[in-house]
Design a protein around this ligand. Structure first.
Ligand SMILES: [Zn+2]
Length: 298
């Protein structure tokens, strides 16, 4: 492996993410940056929503396994039935995940006011081309509970077999696929840096946590994952509770052992920051009801 290869291993990627140092030093600011922290009532709502997610993790037969639980499992050979089922689910959902990820990315760009910049629009077009070029998911026993993207091979998402088996729902799988696709969209030159920096800064302001640098990229990927999963739920109505389905997109963070590192918030702080950035998702989890946002297709 050349040192020029940039490997991104995700949340989930608790300790293995390798990115150039320069990434960690990048900063940017959103033109309408609001530095105000969340009011106490909003913080309480976020904690209540986390409680819904992590209660569903215990009740839902299709809940995603928690990261620490996956880390504790022995390696899982590719041909075991649960690994094969996960790989088939991931490959089947890849086309829809790509489409929903691109829609979610455009929505986020508009929310952060970057859609008026012709220069950013060009970056966005290149990002979309990179996402559309992704063709397959490669199951890998050695990757265990990680998913990763080699930016030298941007057509493939590598998925650890433990992770494939731990994502037991379409909602959970789409969330993780969209997370990886967001890394690919950003590419090896950080083409979406203005957006990533703005999201990271906003998460820092709202929560008081340090969500800059690579942590900003990871939380942006998580946010896109949750948005894509939410859009999937809206487009595939069923009899299951909305809160239960939404919870699947983030509940791998419901860990007992809550440890982060330089590049990642801890899993429980990840879900905290993610929900702070997405008050609609917070309300939908608590109220168990989908909200229609005027003028928005998602
Ligand atoms: Zn990641």
């Amino acid at each position: 492996m050349s040192f020029k290869i940039r490997l991104l291993v995700c949340f989930i990627c608790v300790s293995l993410c390798f990115v150039p140092n320069s990434v960690a030093q990048k900063s940017g600011s959103h033109p309408t940056r609001n530095r105000a922290p969340m009011p106490a009532e909003a913080k309480l709502l976020v904690e209540n929503a986390i409680s819904v997610v992590c209660t569903q993790a215990k009740l839902d037969p299709q809940s995603s396994a928690a990261i620490d639980e996956m880390q504790a499992r022995p390696s899982l050979p590719i041909h075991t039935p649960e690994a094969k089922a996960g790989a088939e689910r991931a490959q089947r959902l890849l086309p829809v995940a790509k489409s929903l990820m691109i829609r979610s990315l455009r929505q986020l760009v508009a929310e952060y006011g970057l859609n008026k910049s012709p220069r950013f629009e060009t970056r966005l077009r290149h990002a979309t081309t990179r996402v559309n070029a992704v063709k397959s998911v490669r199951p890998d026993m050695e990757s265990r509970d990680n998913a990763s993207v080699f930016l030298s091979k941007p057509h493939v998402i590598t998925f650890g077999t433990i992770f494939l088996a731990g994502l037991r729902s379409d909602e959970g799988m789409i969330s993780v696929l969209a997370h990886e696709l967001m890394h690919i969209a950003d590419g090896d030159h950080d083409g979406l840096r203005p957006l990533v920096s703005a999201v990271g800064n906003r998460a820092s302001d709202l929560t008081g946590l340090d969500v800059r640098g690579q942590r900003g990229e990871e939380i942006t990927c998580d946010l896109i994952g949750a948005m894509a999963s939410r859009a999937y739920i809206a487009s595939t109505p069923g009899y299951e509770s909305i809160a239960r389905r939404l919870a699947r997109s983030v509940q791998h963070n419901c860990v007992e052992i809550d440890e982060g590192d330089e590049d990642h918030l801890s899993p429980r702080n990840t879900i905290r920051a993610l929900l702070a950035l997405n008050p609609v998702l917070v309300r939908e989890l608590i109220n168990d009801r989908e909200e229609r946002i005027p003028g928005r297709k998602l």
